[in-house]
Design a protein around this ligand. Structure first.
Ligand SMILES: [Zn+2]
Length: 258
C-alpha cells in the first residue's frame, strides 16, 4: 500500500481514543522491524526521520525510496506515514520533494510570530496553540513537561492541566506527545484520554537495540561459527526493536486499528 499522510490516521485515532506511535528509523533494520511489527499487529504506524538520521542515511531521497520499496516488497497493507521529525524550514521542503507524506516543522526556537509565520507547531501556551490550530495545521506538538531521551529521577511528570487547556482550545486537532521513552503507562493512557493521538518513541528502541547487541557480544556469540555475519550480529537488536514497538502499540491502543 502506498504511503499515506499522517493527518487522516490521527483524526481516526483521536475519534477512537487511541494513539498512533511514531517510531524513528536509523537504517534498514529499524525500518524493517517497525514495518513488520505494524503489519503483524494490524496497526497504523508513523516512521519518523530526524534531520540527523536523514543525513546519516545519505539524504531524504534515499530514505523515501527505501521505505517505499520496503513497504511494497514486504507486502505491508497497514497505513504507513513517513514523517520528518523536528524539521528545519529547508528540511521540510526537501522532504516534501523526496516524497515524505508528513512533516513536522520545529519552530520552537523562533519567536512566536516568526514560528507562526513560518507556519506551525510547538508551544505551551493554550492561546498560542489555538492560533496555530486556526491555521489549519494537521497536528500539534505542545510542551507539557515531556522531554527527549531518558527522564531524570526528579522528573515532575506530565502537566495534564496544560494538556487539558490546550485540548479545550484546539478542538479536534490531534495532539502529539514527544519524548515517549520512559513515561509511565498510566500517564500515557491519561494523555491519550486528553486528546493525544500521536506519541513519538525514539530513544527506547535505541536502548533495546543496544542492550540486545551488547548481550550477544558479551556472550561471545559473535566469535562462534559465523556469528560475526552482520545479519546474525544485528538480529538480536532487530528482534528487540520489534518487541519494544509491539509493547508501545499495545499501550497506545493502536493494535487492530489499521
Ligand atoms: Zn521530538
Amino acid at each position: 500500500m502506498a504511503l499515506v499522510n499522517a493527518a487522516e490516521m490521527l483524526k481516526k485515532a483521536k475519534a477512537g481514543h487511541y494513539a498512533v506511535g511514531q517510531f524513528n528509523i536509523n537504517n534498514l533494520e529499524w525500518t524493517k522491524a517497525i514495518l513488520l511489527t505494524a503489519q503483524e499487529l494490524n496497526s497504523p504506524v508513523i516512521l519518523g526521520v530526524s534531520e540527523g538520521a536523514g543525513k546519516y542515511m545519505t539524504g531524504f531521497k534515499t530514505v523515501a525510496a527505501m521505505v517505499k520499496a520496503m513497504d511494497e516488497s514486504l507486502g505491508i497493507t497497514v497505513p504507513v506515514a513517513l514523517h520528518l521529525d523536528h524539521g528545519t524550514y529547508e528540511g521540510c521542503y526537501k522532504c516534501i520533494k523526496a516524497g515524505f507524506t508528513s512533516i513536522m516543522f520545529d519552530g520552537s526556537h523562533y519567536p512566536f510570530e516568526e514560528n507562526l509565520a513560518k507556519s506551525q507547531e510547538l508551544c505551551a501556551d493554550p492561546d498560542e496553540c489555538k492560533t496555530i490550530a486556526d491555521l489549519g495545521v494537521d497536528m500539534l506538538a505542545a510542551g507539557i513537561g515531556n522531554i527527549h531521551g531518558k527522564y531524570p529521577e526528579n522528573w515532575q511528570g506530565l502537566s495534564f492541566e496544560t494538556l487539558d487547556k490546550i485540548q479545550a482550545k484546539t478542538g479536534e486537532m490531534p495532539l502529539v506527545l514527544h519524548g515517549g521513552t520512559g513515561i509511565p503507562a498510566d500517564m500515557i493512557k491519561k494523555a491519550i484520554s486528553l486528546g493525544v493521538s500521536k506519541i513519538n518513541v525514539n530513544t527506547e528502541c535505541q536502548l533495546s537495540f543496544q542492550e540486545a547487541t551488547r548481550k550477544y557480544i558479551e556472550a561471545g556469540k559473535d566469535q562462534q561459527g559465523k556469528g560475526f555475519d552482520p545479519r546474525k550480529l544485528l538480529a538480536p537488536g532487530f528482534e528487540a526493536i520489534k518487541a519494544t514497538v509491539k509493547e508501545k502499540m499495545e499501550l497506545f491502543g493502536s493494535v487492530g486499528k489499521a
